[in-house]
Design a protein around this ligand. Structure first.
Ligand SMILES: [Zn+2]
Length: 541
């Protein structure tokens, strides 16, 4: 037995450390209470005011919103991380209307010419708005997926340079619960905007994406007011999706594949059965893709970026990123699309966390980067710009936490839970890829008592996980998570107003995010990205 005095000596450092930890935890708890509903309401009601007219990407009103965010960062003394010592990371946005008359898909198969009809045989997919005409032989490349973590490679050493690449939608065994591609949950490989980039980087001339065999079983959510229609397309100037891309019907694909003696059905069935893809060039089959536009304009878009530098001389090189998007849908057909939930609530969230850190005198060891993204509604333009122009090294990015719609109570026909049971619920998406991050969030939620819902780790009929700015980080194998309170009938209508926000819940969510960010930034723990997806956690209820 140790002598009491020796025991005391041994215990002292532990007691001291425990007291210190309790002290810093207590300080964080105090700082969390600085996050108040009145501040969140003030931010959301300003950003979702009539005068900000729905903050359409690149509009004057959206610039006012970004001025406001930058002012708040300045008031807090955060370090500007944008261009030339400002908080703004500038980018060029392009808007244009598709010129249907000069947008075409033609093919020559076994010497016979085919001309396909837009919106009947083929469809426009999201891509750059630079006019282009490309022609090339058809290369069949399975699902267009290169996934070493699943020992699966559709591309292999296939030469796609200058070729028109034909790929299937989604991923192998997509409807098979035993699929190694995370069962019926779509991995990031499944989304064609990721495939387009992978093929563009390999030099493909154009991409034809074959429509899915079985349309997804998604129950529509009837809107309380019309959703926006019409208006131009948006894109980033530059490389993103800068090749012609069309979605084609399966009978068009069969026509293009005919000289190979195979059909889309037989090829897809074979890959799904064997998981052994064999890319090949289809003999005697080539296609020309042309896209053309009218009314092309350029606009200035911008991310707003600020840094709270870490306090540890070494760990400060590592960064936790907290994000939300500042743009929404603007106005259309006499409606203002206010975007209070989507995503003024997220912006209020990142501002709330920044204020609590600074005013609560919290100095985490790792650095924290705040980003308000441009153009999320136009398919993640600002976040794509960021990951291709990062201001802190991506290799030193610990994780990104994204807040997109954290202000309402889920009312989604795809989920059986009635809305009145969602008043304390927030969905947490993406942690199958980074279970260590989930542990932190679960741990920190003990103090907030929110109902954390990980249901979209099992099934995600709306593909919500793929539908916001954290998506790109997953494709780069950087840990990511999204907080989101779910869809509702006011989603993308003029009823997404600041008056309809659940402020007490939003406040709790922002406090949870604050606690999680502090926890993550204070630890030296590495958050592993698990590309194959961690096994499902058994839920308590
Ligand atoms: Zn959004």
């Amino acid at each position: 037995m140790l002598r009491t005095s020796a025991l005391l000596l041994l215990l002292l450092p532990a007691t001291y450390l425990a007291a210190q930890n309790a002290g810093s935890a207590g300080k964080a708890a105090q700082a969390a209470s600085l996050i108040q509903p009145a501040d969140i309401k003030a931010d959301i009601s300003f950003l979702a005011s009539d005068d900000l007219a729905g903050r359409n990407a690149g509009s004057r009103e959206d610039h006012i919103a970004t001025d406001y965010i930058a002012s708040e960062f300045l008031r807090l003394g955060l370090k500007p991380m944008g261009d030339n010592g400002t908080y703004f990371q500038n980018m060029e946005l392009v808007t244009a209307n598709l010129d249907a008359e000069h947008t075409s898909l033609t093919a020559t198969v076994n010497g016979t010419e085919h001309r396909y009809t837009l919106n009947q045989d083929f469809q426009w997919a999201r891509q750059s708005l630079r006019p282009a005409r490309v022609c090339g032989p058809i290369v069949f490349a399975g699902y267009g997926i290169s996934a070493p973590e699943f020992s699966y490679d559709d591309l292999g050493d296939a030469n796609v340079k200058g070729k028109v690449v034909l790929v299937f939608m989604r991923e192998p065994q997509a409807n098979d619960s035993a699929s190694k591609f995370m069962g019926t949950l779509d991995t990031y490989h499944a989304f064609y905007w990721h495939k387009i980039e992978a093929l563009r980087k390999r030099g493909a001339a154009g991409v034809l994406v074959v429509q899915d065999r079985v349309p997804r079983d998604v129950k529509p959510i009837p809107p309380t007011s019309p959703r926006p229609t019409g208006g131009p397309s948006y894109a980033l100037a530059g490389e993103m999706w800068d090749i012609p891309v069309f979605l084609i019907k399966r009978d068009v694909a069969d026509q293009l594949l005919a000289p190979s003696g195979k059909t889309s059905e037989s090829l897809q069935a074979e890959i799904d059965r064997t998981l052994q893809p064999h890319p090949f060039e289809v003999p005697q089959s080539s296609a020309c893709l042309a896209k053309s536009f009218t009314g092309t304009e350029t606009h200035k878009g911008r991310n707003v970026i600020a840094l709270l530098e870490g306090s540890d001389p070494k760990l400060k090189e590592q960064t936790v990123i907290l994000t939300a998007h500042h743009d929404h849908m603007g106005t259309a057909n006499g409606h203002i699309y206010y975007g209070a939930d989507d995503d003024a609530s997220g912006i209020a969230g990142i501002l709330g966390v920044a204020r609590a850190l600074v005013k609560g005198n919290i100095h985490p060891k790792r650095s924290i980067l705040f980003i308000a993204y441009e153009g999320e509604e136009r398919i993640f333009l600002g976040s794509y710009f960021y990951v291709t122009h990062p201001v802190v090294p991506l290799s030193q990015t610990v994780a990104t936490l994204n807040l997109d719609m954290i202000g309402r109570d889920e009312d989604d026909a795809n989920w059986p839970t009635p809305t009145d049971r969602n008043v304390n619920m927030v969905n947490v998406l993406g942690t199958r890829y980074n279970p260590a991050l989930r542990k932190i969030i679960d741990r920190e939620n003990k103090a907030e008592g929110l109902k954390l819902d990980y249901k979209m780790d099992r099934v995600d009929p709306d593909s919500l996980w793929s539908r916001s700015d954290h998506f790109w980080f997953a494709t780069l194998h950087i840990p990511q998570v999204e907080f989101q309170t779910g869809l509702h009938p006011d989603y993308h209508t003029d009823n997404d107003t600041w008056q309809r926000i659940n402020y007490p819940k939003t406040t709790k969510i922002v406090r949870l995010v604050f606690r999680s960010v502090v926890d993550l930034a204070n630890s030296g723990e590495t958050i592993a990205f698990v590309p194959t997806g961690a096994p499902l956690v058994k839920e308590a209820n």
